[in-house]
Write a protein that binds this ligand. Structure first.
Ligand SMILES: NC(=O)C1=CN([C@@H]2O[C@H](COP(=O)(O)OP(=O)(O)OC[C@H]3O[C@@H](n4cnc5c(N)ncnc54)[C@H](OP(=O)(O)O)[C@@H]3O)[C@@H](O)[C@H]2O)C=CC1
Ligand SMILES: CC(=O)N[C@@H](CCC(=O)OP(=O)(O)O)C(=O)O
Length: 309
């Protein structure tokens, strides 16, 4: 018997991506609403309540609205928006983040998909905080560059419509980006990082980095200790890997078009300065790939079904 999955927001960037990923799967029956009904609250309520699992690919406000429309005691939700990432009653959909998280996702009714930027930050930082290498109150900086599809339909139209004459645009300059609460909470930090995002003139791809002065950290951990801690944290993961940091360069396109994320500890063992670097696709492990991974886990299917490993 197949699992009925309603995609709310199926013609947006993430919705289209997830629909394409699920097309052709015989274990999943996808439901979407046609153009005349896709924003109709009654039609959405019916589809939401009839579904085994609904994936919300909507702006935050519409995602909150969708969650409130669920009256059935059985419909389960995966929310791709940032509406519920630190909300009570919701499970954070990052199966590799801590031991037991995949089992918690499997048992959950309401799962919040991580943000694309937090996915890279948390993968790099959470295991180091957990291991005591970074104190919870350490002031961290997170620099990241995203492809413009990260801004959804509107930003794609902006960059592809000829109206943008720049290669790289720094933004979120008031330092109040909506991803700060989830980065702080799920990394186990006392304070959010100083987050410096930028959007580049490429469709999909992401490179996030956390610079760290190891020699100034309380236990003065070595570069090798940091790398070993990350490698141990993701030893069992098919999607997240730790590659050698002994490379001349890392590119933003490294994992574009895949659901992989690659972590590296680059730096200077003598000076104790490192750059923790993660690459992923903002629409892969950063959105649609992560949603399908969570869907597989919640439905008790092969966790990697349909993913680009
Ligand atoms: N793009 C990315 O890389 C990532 C996106 N996300 C999150 O996923 C969510 C979707 O993002 P994205 O796909 O990029 O955004 P888009 O703007 O591309 O798509 C959003 C879709 O939601 C539709 N919509 C808006 N309001 C309603 C409503 N009330 N009822 C039904 N449909 C509605 C829009 O309709 P219309 O077409 O008419 O505008 C649009 O099709 C967002 O919360 C985003 O933050 C998360 C991680 C990464
Ligand atoms: C380039 C760009 O604008 N990116 C978006 C984040 C995309 C994303 O991750 O969406 P969620 O907020 O649902 O996580 C931004 O910075 O707001």
């Amino acid at each position: 018997m197949s699992v009925t999955v309603f995609i709310d927001g199926a013609v947006g960037t993430t919705g289209i991506d997830i629909r394409e990923r699920l097309s052709g799967r015989t274990d999943i029956a996808v439901v979407t609403l046609d153009d005349s009904r896709r924003k109709d609250a009654d039609a959405r309520a019916e589809a939401l309540n009839d579904a085994d699992i609904a994936i919300l690919c909507l702006p935050d406000e519409a995602a909150r609205e969708a969650a409130a429309l669920v009256r059935s005691g059985t419909t389960r939700l995966i929310d791709a928006s940032s509406a519920h990432r630190v909300a009570d009653g919701w499970t954070y959909g990052f199966p590799e983040l801590t031991e037991g998280q995949a089992a918690r996702i499997a048992a959950a009714r309401f799962v919040s998909n991580p943000g694309c930027y937090p996915t890279a930050f948390l993968a790099l930082v959470a295991p180091l905080v957990r291991a005591g290498l970074i104190p919870a109150d350490w002031p961290l900086t997170y620099n990241a560059v995203s492809g413009y599809s990260g801004g959804g339909k509107a930003m794609i139209a902006e960059f592809e419509g000829g109206g943008v004459d720049t290669a790289l645009r720094a933004y979120a300059l008031t330092l109040s980006h909506k991803h700060l609460p989830e980065m702080r909470a799920h990394a186990g930090l006392a304070h959010p990082p100083v987050f410096a995002p930028a959007v580049a003139r490429l469709n999909r791809g992401m490179l996030g980095e956390v610079p760290l002065a190891l020699a100034q950290l309380p236990g003065r951990p070595s570069l090798a200790a940091v790398e070993d801690t990350l490698a141990a944290a993701y030893a069992d993961s098919a999607l997240i890997s730790v590659a050698s940091g002994d490379v001349a360069a890392v590119t933003i396109e490294e994992n574009s078009g895949t659901d992989r994320m690659t972590l590296r500890v680059c730096g200077n063992a003598d000076s104790g300065q490192v750059r923790l670097i993660a690459t992923l696709d903002n629409l892969g492990k950063g959105a649609g790939g992560a949603a399908v991974q969570n869907l597989n886990i919640m439905a008790g299917l092969d966790p990697l079904a349909g993913l680009i490993v």
